[in-house]
Design a binder for this molecule. Structure first.
Ligand SMILES: Cc1cc2nc3c(=O)[nH]c(=O)nc-3n(C[C@H](O)[C@H](O)[C@H](O)COP(=O)(O)O)c2cc1C
Length: 445
């Protein structure tokens, strides 16, 4: 059975890794070397994304540094020195007008009242352009900064996340829309019947409410998630409006796409209530050769300590120290892989690569899908995934910043627009309007 052609438009987000998504990007002379703490850099990046009519920009977060071998840690900036996402994004409110601003906040080491309040404030400040990436924290060391000796177990993290989001949404409905009459004649500031106490008491949280801020322009800021596990995917089907989970092949993409849309429907939502926007490491040049050259230049900068550390982590701590960089990737390591990892990394192991070749392949984009090509090639691939309903859009992860984002906006966006796949003007003012997501009614309406 053939599916009808799509009439909706592609969605685009930009992932702002400080110096770029490539692990060695900071070593490249064209990246903003102090990007982690350089506000002007983010102003520039947001300006590029908005010029490209992107739906949103996205900031990841962790509430701890990475832990591990200090030699390797000191050679890769990610999570070692960066601005708090909500604080940074609030600063960008004043220099953007349409771009959605999506910040990560963990449900494992926060309290719902504070997150509800900060995001609602931020939604007011932006006129409705805010999104929240709900994570349960991938990094175990976050526990050590919040009074715990170990991280919550995976299932418990997701239990807590579900209750956390439920409380936050309840708090966002504390006041009905239009509660604040501010009538100087009658002396009534707000309608008393429009104020609701949440009185939540659950397994993880006890929150009376109400939240002391009026319902925000979007009603609820947009909720994003990037879970990959079964329990995380189930939760996404219930709560997520954007899903950033990585997809490696078209067939796998189509399967997860359908699964998430079906889960949304099973939970009383519509397929359009959930937008699938996986990360995409796009490296674009004016020609394919130029793009390949850019990629090769970045790959050559990967330090062996960093490459080995990342690969060892991905291989669940397997020790690669007995093996030299230039020897073939050892059979005994392949034999020791659990089946799930063997399937995941099979495509990298073809053709007897060396240890160096494997860690370079893996480390550059941490095993995620990388797309290298001319503007036409990159647009072809994006169109193919979109038309075949494996995605609603992509979260573009520029390898280097700001140049990689500028290349995408200058070279690929016009091609997508020429094909009628992507907007030439923003449809609305709020993130929901641009993504085609409805504004949720209050639970008390
Ligand atoms: C694009 C993307 C962005 C993510 N951002 C964060 C983040 O900022 N902080 C975090 O702790 N985890 C982040 N994650 C990890 C996911 O939230 C999730 O924990 C991971 O995909 C494993 O899935 P699971 O939690 O269902 O096991 C991200 C994942 C992806 C794919």
């Amino acid at each position: 059975m053939s599916t009808p052609p799509r009439t909706d438009k592609l969605k685009l987000g930009a992932f702002f890794h400080p110096t770029g998504n490539h692990v060695a990007a900071w070593l490249h002379p064209q990246t903003q070397i102090d990007a982690g703490t350089n506000f002007a850099h983010y102003v520039e990046m947001a300006g590029i994304a908005e010029r490209g009519k992107f739906d949103l920009m996205f900031l990841a977060d962790a509430v701890a540094t990475r832990d591990g071998n200090l030699e390797a840690l000191s050679r890769w900036p990610q999570y070692m020195n960066f601005l708090d996402p909500l604080t940074l994004l609030a600063g960008l409110t004043a220099v953007t007008t349409h771009l959605g601003l999506v910040a990560t906040a963990t449900t494992s080491y926060n309290e719902p009242y504070q997150i509800a309040r900060r995001l609602a404030s931020f939604d007011h400040m932006t006129g409705g352009r805010v999104g929240w990436n709900v994570v349960t924290s991938a990094n175990t060391s976050e526990a050590y900064n919040f009074g715990r000796d170990e991280h919550y177990a995976h299932g418990e993290r997701y239990d807590r996340a579900e209750e956390f989001v439920e409380v936050v949404k309840g708090l966002w409905d504390s006041y009905d829309d239009g509660a604040f009459v501010r009538d100087r004649e009658t002396g009534r500031y707000f309608k008393p019947e429009a104020l609701h106490f949440l009185r939540h008491q659950g397994e993880h949280f006890k929150v009376r409410g109400p939240l002391h801020i009026e319902r925000s322009p979007q009603g609820h800021p947009v909720i994003a998630q990037a879970s990959a596990s079964a329990v995380g995917t189930e939760l996404a089907g219930r709560i997520a409006e954007i899903v950033f989970t990585p997809l490696h092949s078209l067939a796998q993409g189509q399967q997860i796409y359908q699964q998430l849309k079906d889960l949304a429907v099973k939970n009383g939502r519509t397929p359009d209530d959930i937008k699938i926007m996986p990360g995409l490491n796009a490296i674009v040049g004016r020609t394919e050769a130029e793009a390949q050259e850019k990629h090769a230049a970045l790959q050559a900068l990967i330090h062996p300590d960093v490459g080995r550390e990342l690969l060892q982590n991905a291989l669940r701590g397997m020790d690669l120290s007995p093996y030299r960089d230039d020897e073939p990737f050892p059979d005994e390591v392949v034999a020791g892989l659990i089946a799930q990892d063997r399937r995941r990394y099979e495509h990298m192991l073809a053709g007897k690569p060396t240890v160096r070749e494997i860690y370079q392949k893996f480390a550059g984009a941490r095993g995620q899908r990388t797309l290298i090509g001319s503007p036409t090639q990159v647009a072809d691939d994006i169109e193919y995934w979109f038309a075949n309903r494996a995605v609603d859009g992509f979260l573009i992860q520029p390898a280097d910043a700001p140049g990689g984002l500028d290349d995408f906006v200058t070279l690929v966006v016009p091609e997508l627009q020429r094909r009628g796949l992507f907007r030439t003007e923003y449809e609305g003012r709020t993130l929901r309007e641009n993504l085609g997501l409805r504004r949720p009614p209050s639970r008390y309406a």
